[in-house]
Design a protein around this ligand. Structure first.
Ligand code: FAD
Length: 372
């Protein structure tokens, strides 16, 4: 009987618990936050990650909470559409190629599946000490409890504490040179399609979600990574969004309090193999953190978990399982991280939009359509 400890209750950790349960492997999750809520506002799942959610048995639940988008309207800063970008579908012909949803909705669907799998989730707890011996690992937790596990899945996200302890040579995430502003709003009348607006060094995305909600993001190459003081945040946000026409003014008018606006510097990381040591295997953002230029980070985390489940079902010894997972995942995650970073860099250069960007996105999405 195998027993696995999962550290981190984000998409990677929850998907790992679901996939391991499918492989009839027991697991438990420790999540450091007392208040188990997702960071961020909206999220998009591309077609290939949706294929992975089918394998996890949560695709139908996601369809219920997501809004399908078949094309993205590409517009100038004034809101005039100049192109339609069809989204790649790797699933059944009538499946949506792209699903936008609230982060909360993704969290709720995954947490419900974790509960159905009878995986215990302990909140406000993390690993204090960890000692690998032979074929198991002994873990002491910050609440004073302890446990013995076959192995640990570290799914702590970009700022993983275990990464620096277990993989001391691994790089840390580095600032990509851009920040992102995000907000939730109501979709103005007539805004039905996912709309991207290009405004020089600033790019605005308006993503209609179910029930008339809207997820706004704004990629910004004009400001440093430090979060501006609260009293300046709203004015800086409005200064940027005011360059956009179309539906942007109707959305901006709803954002009147700094608490409605999220500001975050974007980081990038891909850890070269190995992704394991001392019976700890890293998945998700802990080993591949991507900027959101092709909206694939959570998708990668979910796919990592599906591969983990497949390998766990074959009862490989831990080192073989971890090496096999890394071999199957490294190139794909590197492709997403490096493509996204390249797109970010091009956006920071004068002369944007770079004419090569469309081709790079097309080639990358075609490569990512391959089975995992
Ligand atoms: C602006 C932005 C927009 C994005 N948009 C998209 C998108 O549209 N589509 C997409 O697919 N991806 C998107 N992503 C990427 C996506 O958010 C991440 O790839 C995804 O959340 C990674 O999941 P994770 O579980 O690995 O890490 P996280 O989501 O960071 O979760 C880690 C969890 O571990 C917990 N934790 C941390 N440290 C410890 C510890 N020591 N002990 C226990 N628990 C711990 C945290 O509290 C958290 O719950 C976006 C990212 C950004 C920054």
């Amino acid at each position: 009987m195998t027993k696995v400890l999962i550290v981190g209750g984000g998409p990677a950790g929850m998907a790992s618990a679901i996939a391991l349960a499918q492989a009839e492997v027991d697991s438990e999750i420790v999540e450091v936050s007392e208040d188990w809520r997702p960071g961020g506002i909206g999220i998009a799942l591309q077609s290939a990650p949706l294929r992975a959610t089918k394998q996890l048995g949560i695709f139908d639940d996601l369809l219920r909470v997501g809004r399908p988008h078949h094309v993205i309207d590409m517009c100038g800063a004034d809101g005039t559409r100049f192109a339609e970008l069809p989204q790649v579908n790797v699933n059944d012909a009538d499946d949506p190629p792209f699903l936008g949803m609230a982060r909360e909705s993704l969290h709720e669907v995954m947490a419900a599946a974790v509960a159905r799998a009878r995986v215990a989730v302990r909140l406000g707890v993390t690993v204090a000490e960890l000692a690998a011996t032979g074929d198991h690992v002994d873990v002491t937790f910050t609440d004073g409890t302890s446990g013995r596990y076959d192995y640990v899945v570290a799914a702590e996200g970009a700022n993983s504490a275990l990464r620096s302890r277990i993989l001391p040579g691994a790089p840390a995430p580095s600032f990509a040179g851009q920040v992102i502003w995000r907000a939730a709003a109501s979709a103005p009348a007539g805004l039905e399609r996912y709309t991207m607006m290009l405004g020089g060094p600033i790019r605005l995305g308006l993503v209609p979600l179910p029930d008339g909600r809207l997820y706004l993001w704004m990629l910004d190459s004009t400001i440093g990574p430090e979060r501006p003081p609260r009293e300046e945040l709203l004015a800086l946000f409005h200064d940027r969004i005011s360059r956009f026409g179309g539906h942007a003014p109707a959305v901006a008018a709803q954002l009147t309090d700094a608490a409605q606006v999220d500001f975050r510097a974007l980081h990038s990381l891909v850890v070269p193999p190995p992704w394991h040591a001392e019976r700890v295997l890293f998945v998700g953002d802990a080993v591949h953190t991507t900027t959101p230029h092709i909206a694939f980070g959570a998708g990668l985390a979910i796919e990592d978990a599906v591969v983990l489940g497949e390998l766990a079902a074959s009862a490989l010894p831990f080192d073989d399982l971890a090496a096999a997972l890394t071999a199957r995942r490294y190139e794909r995650t590197r492709l997403v991280v490096e493509t996204s970073l390249q797109l970010s860099r091009w956006e920071q250069e004068p002369g944007r939009p770079n004419p090569a960007a469309g081709r790079l996105i097309g080639e990358t999405m075609a490569a990512l359509a391959a089975p995992i």
